[in-house]
Design a protein around this ligand. Structure first.
Ligand SMILES: Cc1cc2nc3c(=O)[nH]c(=O)nc-3n(C[C@H](O)[C@H](O)[C@H](O)COP(=O)(O)O)c2cc1C
Length: 159
């Protein structure tokens, strides 16, 4: 089982990467191959055309496409921005289609406040359906993400 984790928080001072690293480690601990695709480290320009349709797609688009292709399941991780998902994640999702097709995709969202990005989470579920993938009924919402993990990305709160 291979899981690709597409991390859609890219801003300076971001917090959501901590959740992505934590989840990557938890999957690894369960002998599940986890591939963290961090859009801050693998940036994609604003979409001109999808990878499969672009005559000369951006190098990172091709690399991410290959990594998503190899995955049996995918997690999309997004902070909530202005009542929805991050623009960076939506831009990245729009590059691909077949890479997501008929795969289970889990939605993980974060917020600084107490609601864990519930609006972003609903929007992710809608996009998963629209893209022809299978949304997971369980959604992971992480409120107060800035306080949830320590500097090693371990969970601060007791499980
Ligand atoms: C542009 C922007 C818009 C935001 N909008 C919301 C929002 O609508 N709802 C919310 O709960 N938090 C919002 N936040 C706060 C984020 O939840 C907070 O930054 C959190 O740490 C997760 O995002 P990060 O990975 O960028 O740190 C917003 C933050 C930014 C930068």
């Amino acid at each position: 089982m291979k899981v690709a984790i597409l991390l859609g928080s890219t801003r300076m001072g971001r917090q959501t990467h901590k959740a992505a690293h934590y989840i990557t480690q938890e999957l690894t601990n369960r002998n599940i191959e986890a591939d963290l695709i961090d859009l801050a480290k693998n940036p994609l320009p604003v979409l001109k055309e999808r990878v499969g349709h672009h005559p000369d797609p951006p190098e990172n688009g091709v690399k991410i496409s290959n990594r998503l292709d190899r995955a049996d399941a995918i997690l999309w991780i997004s902070p909530e921005y202005h009542g929805s998902i991050s623009g960076g994640l939506k831009n990245a999702i729009d590059y691909f289609w077949s890479e997501f097709q008929k795969k289970p995709i889990g939605a993980v969202t974060t917020s600084a406040g107490g609601f864990g990005g519930i609006n972003a989470s609903h929007h992710l579920q809608q996009i998963i359906l629209s893209i022809g993938a299978f949304p997971m009924p369980q959604k992971l919402l992480i409120p107060q993400v800035h306080a949830a993990f320590d500097d090693s990305y371990a969970l601060k709160m007791k499980r």
